[in-house]
Ligand binder design. Structure first.
Ligand SMILES: [Zn+2]
Length: 411
């Protein structure tokens, strides 16, 4: 599996402006490759290989294109073919996708080198720093919090300028599968080490163990973002002050992103450490219901990153993650399996067939768990008699703050 390390980068002024110039050229290469791609009829479009060969001609026609690293230029071309593949699989999952879009000036923010054209020098003499050399761009000091991989183990390097103006480097290495911890055999899984997770609308997550973790409160961060945005609106567009304020807006926005990401990191780490099997809904095929399309899309994006993080960490920890069919998880009774529709505002599951009553999300989480166990071959989970004997609605409600501070929902 691929493991990505993110490091802060500190290019000198000259190197930074050269890197930015390269990124701009890559933007033009990308746009050019997109135009070439769509100029052919469907079914007759060039492959990545075709376009790599065409690069040579393009470079003769547009000399600018040969000023960047040839390897990096190939990566830029390959990128659109990867994008096309991603779109294809999203279409197959029922999403609407358009054509790849052109990148406007300033929209492209990164350049990638694969296999060649870079090296990392660890002996800078400065503790905690290394130097990254990128072909045709130059030498860039990077902050190394832990030991960085040797150059020959690095598969891919990405240099990125964030909208805040800060630079980052991503080092991608491949961790051989045999080095990863082994996952337990499905038929040996202890039911108490397995959990179903309902990705919530009211709660962030609700587990089949009846732990409900709240949504993160971001109201202060959104206030701050709104304030900075209003200040920006009052500045003269394009002036120096406007440019400074635009960075403040980007910083406020990044603060929100960071806080959400940190929260997702903590929750996913807790799940993979606590359990041997985590069952979740497969959101790519989740029917579009219950919320507006826009809200839904936003939530989908956040959840899809949550699931990616979860799967990534599960591999590192030897935990199974099973994505299950999401249709009907809230309707089905976790006790007897009979389906009953209920609108979103009905927070209680009350089964007309067997009389079982419990929190709607808990019921869903239990269904997700039993689908997950079945799917992986661990058998149906025994519904715990303790749970049904309890008076209803006593979930462990966990404040998001506790997760942020303690790193897990546990006290
Ligand atoms: Zn029932």
């Amino acid at each position: 599996m691929d493991v990505t390390l993110r490091c802060r980068a500190y290019p000198g002024e000259g190197t930074a402006s050269e890197a930015w110039r390269h990124i701009e050229i890559h933007r033009q290469i990308r746009n050019h490759a997109i135009r070439d791609y769509y100029s052919h009829d469907y079914g007759n479009r060039p492959t990545a290989y075709d376009q790599h060969r065409k690069l040579t001609d393009w470079k003769q026609q547009w000399l600018l294109f040969s000023e960047v690293s040839a390897h990096a230029a190939q990566q830029t071309v390959s990128e659109i073919h990867k994008n096309v593949e991603t779109q294809k699989s999203r279409r197959e999952s029922g999403y609407k996708t358009g054509r790849l879009k052109w990148q406007g000036s300033g929209e492209r923010r990164s350049v990638a080198y694969q296999s060649e054209g870079f090296d990392v020098n660890h002996t800078t003499g400065q503790d905690g720093y290394a130097t990254l050399r990128l072909s045709k761009i130059g030498h860039i000091p990077i902050r190394a919090h832990r030991e960085l991989p040797a150059t020959e183990n690095i598969k891919r390097v990405v240099l990125k300028k964030e909208r805040t103006g800060d630079w980052f480097v991503y080092l991608v290495t491949e961790r051989p599968d045999e080095e990863l911890p082994e996952k337990p055999q499905p038929d040996t899984l202890d039911p108490t080490d397995c959990v179903g997770v309902d990705l919530g609308i009211l709660s962030y997550i609700h587990t089949s163990d009846d732990t409900a973790v709240d949504m993160l409160d971001l109201s202060d961060e959104y206030d701050c973002y709104g304030r900075e945005q209003r200040k920006l609106d009052r500045k003269e567009h394009g002036s120096n002050n406007w440019e400074k304020q635009r960075q403040n807006v980007a910083r406020a926005k990044r603060q929100i992103k960071r806080k959400v990401l940190d929260y997702q990191h903590k929750l996913t780490t807790w799940l993979v450490r606590e359990y041997d099997l985590v069952a979740v809904e497969d959101l790519d095929v989740k029917p579009m219901l219950e919320t507006s399309q826009n809200a839904k899309n936003k939530q989908d994006a956040a959840w899809s990153r949550f699931l990616d993080l979860l799967e990534y960490k599960a591999d590192l920890h030897g935990t199974h993650v099973v994505r299950v069919e999401p249709a009907g998880t809230t309707k089905e009774c976790s006790e007897c399996g009979v389906e009953t529709s209920k609108p979103l505002w009905i927070r209680e599951h009350s089964c007309p067939a067997c009389g079982h009553t419990e929190d709607r999300d808990l019921n869903a989480a239990k269904n997700i768990l039993s689908r997950g166990r079945k799917q992986i071959g661990a058998g149906r989970s025994e519904s715990t008699p303790v749970q049904t004997a309890l008076p209803t609605f006593t979930p462990l409600r966990v404040d998001a703050k506790r997760v942020v501070e303690a790193g897990s929902p546990e006290a």
